[in-house]
Design a protein around this ligand. Structure first.
Ligand code: UDP
Length: 314
């Protein structure tokens, strides 16, 4: 009998790619999502495929899935700064009550569980690049705290279930990820810049654009998730691309690739916006045998093509 995977947040950007990848590998997949930031459009190609089922559930309230489950990927959460600031309480609830429900279900079903954590646990880092051993520099009451602290709490809860009950757990810290199925209006840099460039609008770089991020294409990230479920241990592992760019470089590259006549303009830098971010991925390389393969230009072309196709509606 094929393995059965549950994916929370399965109708989201990363979750929908993961569902697709798991189905291709022959697993049965149950996708649950409350659709506040996820979308049925992301999984429309999966309905009717053998082994796929979808349930609209808010996992902060309860999770009901009949039968056996072998693996749980817990991805549910608003994840862009605009989204989690719009849904601060939902974000805190899914990272606390939602994670508690996921861990309870994993115990009941004797399933292995992988929790999507984030580079945000490192906050505005004072150590660069960020290794898993770094404890972070997070403002507990700032405008990003609902996300950062819910993920930090999630990690603590997972470790408690692992230590107390011997649950088989994995924690992956996901760094900036981009690709097809990001929402045009999720507020993040890559979709903003692409949609602005395609529409001939001003490209809005916050601050002077010298802040850095390291962007990973979603297909690389999803391979990392599957390998982490298979091969990781219970300690956190960073997943992301370790090629670092300034935001100004990203804006210029997108302007060039879209052949846009948009101007690049500056807007105020949001409070607590991390100055730098780049994962140290040596642990993922040695433990999982994983490294990202898709370069920035190839990944951006693919993403631009997606936004052209969907019409870059904002
Ligand atoms: N950013 C920007 N213009 C935008 C959106 C974002 O300059 O239109 C900047 C933002 O201030 C941050 C970086 O791009 O420094 C990445 O932001 P994003 O929201 O994509 O993710 P974050 O890494 O901050 O969670």
């Amino acid at each position: 009998m094929s393995a059965h995977a549950l994916v929370t947040g399965g109708a989201g950007f990363i979750g929908s790619h993961l569902c697709e990848r798991l189905l291709k590998a022959g697993s049965r997949v149950t996708c649950v999502d409350n659709l506040i930031t996820g979308s049925l459009a992301n999984i429309e190609g999966l309905f009717g495929k053998d082994g796929f089922s979808f349930a609209k559930q808010d996992i902060a309230n309860f999770i009901y899935v009949p039968g056996k489950i072998d693996e749980i990927y817990h991805l549910a959460s608003p994840a862009s700064p605009v989204d989690y600031q719009l849904y601060p309480i939902e974000t805190l609830k899914v990272g606390s009550l939602g994670t508690r429900n996921v861990l309870g279900l994993a115990r009941e079903k004797k399933a292995r569980v992988l929790i999507a954590s984030t580079s945000e646990v490192y906050g505005d880092p004072e150590e660069h690049p960020q290794k898993e051993s770094y404890w972070g520099h997070v403002n507990p009451i700032g405008p990003r705290s609902m996300y950062d602290e819910s993920k930090r709490f999630s990690e603590a809860l997972v470790m408690a279930y692992h230590r107390k009950h011997g649950l088989l757990t994995r924690i992956v810290r996901i760094f900036n990820t981009y690709g097809p199925r990001m929402r045009a209006n999720d507020g993040r840099a890559v979709p903003n810049f692409i949609c602005q460039a395609l529409a001939g609008e001003d490209i809005t770089v916050y601050g002077d654009g010298t802040q850095t991020r390291s962007f990973c294409h979603v297909s690389d990230l999803v391979e990392g998730l599957v390998l982490a479920m298979e091969r990781a241990d219970s300690d956190p592992v960073n997943l992301g691309n370790d090629h670092e760019n300034t935001l100004m470089e990203i804006a210029q590259k997108i302007k060039e690739l879209t052949k846009s006549s948009s101007r690049i303009v500056h807007r105020p830098l949001p409070q607590d916006d991390p100055r730098v971010r780049r994962p140290d991925i040596s642990r993922a390389k040695s433990l999982l045998g994983w490294a990202p393969r898709i370069g920035l230009e190839e990944g951006l072309r693919d993403t631009i093509e997606y936004f052209r196709r969907i019409g870059a509606k904002r």
